[in-house]
Design a protein around this ligand. Structure first.
Ligand code: TXA
Ligand code: MG
Length: 333
């Protein structure tokens, strides 16, 4: 069934009232679902961290319905940021800018910068306009889990603990926004997303890739992020079927996320062919990881994706998920 992408007046009133009361509200964006709270209300922000199990030093993104309110949150909007906002908002881009005085430490993690985004999902737009202020929202998953791309994923993560969940159907893109920092005269890609480095460069010229040595903290760059619960291993395309077959032959249940169907048939292997198109692959990635988590496998084998930049966002999330499987640094939830 295709879900409505617009909320009813009653749903909207309930969600806005919850935000005004200092409660959290889960809502859809075109990337992933967010767990939102009034960005000006410290106790409400605290609830986000408690629910997610996320350290308060990890900053949140402030969501606005329109870029004309950007100056309320950023004390300075460099020309490059202005151009990126004009070109990509509303859309899957987050800008990190010098913060305005009013921005709370719980939003910025105590840093001097703030992350801001104008989402394109009609229901997110409805909520932000009706609320009339900034909504701070991380992805609506527990710390370290994969992001939710459907309302039922949010319920799976939080159950009754999150009372208001706006259901806007499946997220159109399925991977988190591209994050770009415009600080100290440079433009830097902090998290790859659907907007590629070439697209950013065509808008503003020079863009550095990856965090600077004196980088602001981004929890997305913690090794254990975007992880399914089952250990995940990246495997070259030519080896994946043999490895799956061998592990399965030793009696283990194995999950496979590949880009083609299997050649043989294996009783203890759950094989998902996610295809060769980067946009469709990215759209389905988190749903597939959740499905494979539920398959009761002891190990997930994921076929390595191509090197070209259209796969940057997917490759980044898979690398983090694989690293999480080996994490011993307490990052896992
Ligand atoms: O697509 C998205 O960006 C989704 C939807 C809900 O908007 N949100 C999302 O939020 O992915 P979250 O919290 O899961 O990831 C936000 C990332 C984190 O890696 C955080 O560290 C980074 O944004 N961030 C926030 N404020 C920052 C800042 N001041 N400097 C650097 N990174 C920042
Ligand atoms: Mg997240």
């Amino acid at each position: 069934m295709v879900k409505a992408t617009r909320a009813t007046q009653l749903e909207l009133d309930t969600a806005v009232q919850a935000l005004r009361d200092g409660d959290v509200v889960a809502f859809p964006t075109e990337t992933v679902y967010g767990l939102g709270a009034n960005a000006q209300h410290a106790p409400a922000l605290q609830k986000i961290f408690t629910l997610k199990g996320r350290p308060t030093t990890h900053p949140l993104i402030v969501h606005l319905d329109n870029r004309r309110f950007l100056h309320r949150w950023a004390r300075e909007v460099p020309p490059a940021a202005q151009r990126l906002a004009e070109r990509f908002w509303p859309g899957p881009l987050t800008l990190v800018l010098p913060k305005a005085d009013r921005v709370l430490d719980l939003v910025t993690g105590g840093q001097d910068s703030v992350a801001v985004r104008v989402p394109a999902h009609p229901m997110a737009q409805q909520l932000l306009t009706a609320f009339g202020g900034g909504v701070a929202a991380p992805s609506a998953n527990r710390y370290g889990h994969v992001s939710p791309t459907r309302a039922e994923h949010v319920r799976e993560e939080f159950g009754e603990a999150v009372r208001v969940v706006l259901d806007g159907g499946e997220c159109r893109l399925g991977l988190e926004s591209t994050i770009v920092a415009c600080l100290g005269g440079s433009v830097r890609l902090l998290r790859p997303g659907l907007i590629t480095l070439s697209q950013l460069r065509s808008a503003v010229g020079e863009v550095q890739a990856g965090p600077a040595a004196d980088a602001p903290r981004t929890p997305g760059s913690a090794r254990a992020h975007y992880a399914p619960l089952t250990p995940l291993r990246l495997v070259a395309g030519g080896l994946i079927e043999r490895q799956a077959a061998e592990l399965a032959a030793s009696g283990q249940r194995i999950g496979v996320l590949a880009q083609r169907p299997p050649l043989g048939s294996y009783r203890h292997v759950t094989w998902i062919n996610a295809g060769t198109r980067p946009d469709a692959y990215g759209h389905d990635l988190y749903t597939h990881l959740r499905t494979l988590d539920h398959a009761g496998a002891s190990c997930l084998l994921v076929q390595e994706v191509p090197a070209d930049e259209r796969w940057d966002a997917v490759r980044d999330r898979l690398a983090r998920a694989a690293a999480a499987a080996h994490a011993t640094d307490g990052e896992m939830p």
